[in-house]
Write a protein that binds this ligand. Sequence first.
Ligand SMILES: C[S@@+](CC[C@H](N)C(=O)[O-])C[C@H]1O[C@@H](n2cnc3c(N)ncnc32)[C@H](O)[C@@H]1O
Length: 291
Amino acid sequence: MSLLDQLKEPWFFMRLSLSHVPATVQALVAAKDYGTLFSPSGFREALFGTLWATIGPNIKAMNEERVIALLEGRIKNGCVQDKVVSTPIHGTVLEVGAGSGMWVDVLARFTNNVHTDGGLHNRNNAGRGITKIYGVEPNPISAKALQKRVNEVGVQDIYHVVPVGIESVNDPSAWDSKIEPGSIDCIFGVLCLCSIPDPEKNIQLLYKLLKPGGHWFVNEHVKVSRGGPLLAFYQWFCNIGWSFFMGSCRLCRDTEKSLRAAGVWQEIDLAQPPDHTGYEVIPHIIGTLKK
Ligand SMILES: C[S@@+](CC[C@H](N)C(=O)[O-])C[C@H]1O[C@@H](n2cnc3c(N)ncnc32)[C@H](O)[C@@H]1O
């Protein structure tokens, strides 16, 4: 992508979001959901949900090869490797900000079950496949779509939708169960730590849910760290409009710093992908942390 295209990228998404305002209003009126329609924060979330239904599949397609490699343990220093170089996803998994279930079919490939959806099959040859998944998603519309996707893929025996924010996963009064500290083998999330409230506190909470030796699989967009102060200022400027049009997502989060500071890690491998030039207004990091 040229530098000009990088600079235009946030505005492309904001303009696309603006074009989804009529459909969002129409859907809320049809549902007689006037509370959300007239609530600025509720409408912002509903608008983002409508937008994500359009752009989510494309964003998944753009990230899929890399994310599958990440879950297979084939990412090192941001680059896809031919061979497995780290522990693949396994055991009890917590998917943060699971949205409408864009990654359910991919996670299903790592279970020990054989699925017929799109020819999916267990890719985890080590036999340490995923045994249980908690899909944490607070947006009620997305949580409903997530449950539908779980049923379609046929993993309802393994995948449990948790319809609250991650700040409430250990609060049994918020939903009908509780995730105990130190009970999770792997945390996984795609483009979600940009959207959670109070990131430092909630990333620490997630850290506590991981077992010692547990792995966190990260694929996030983050604050500008290369490209100089002008680019950082431009990202900050774009974030003003972004916060109106892109739900709770924020452009300038230093997610890598929050992850590193969450607690003691045995290993950290987080980097920008090799196709990044350093001039991205929406730069990404990918990799894993081992508790
Ligand atoms: C950009 S979307 C990504 C969705 C999904 N990971 C995907 O790739 O399609 C960010 C998601 O984070 C969710 N989210 C927002 N606040 C959250 C919270 N407190 N806890 C967990 N997820 C949250 C949003 O509802 C949304 O579904």
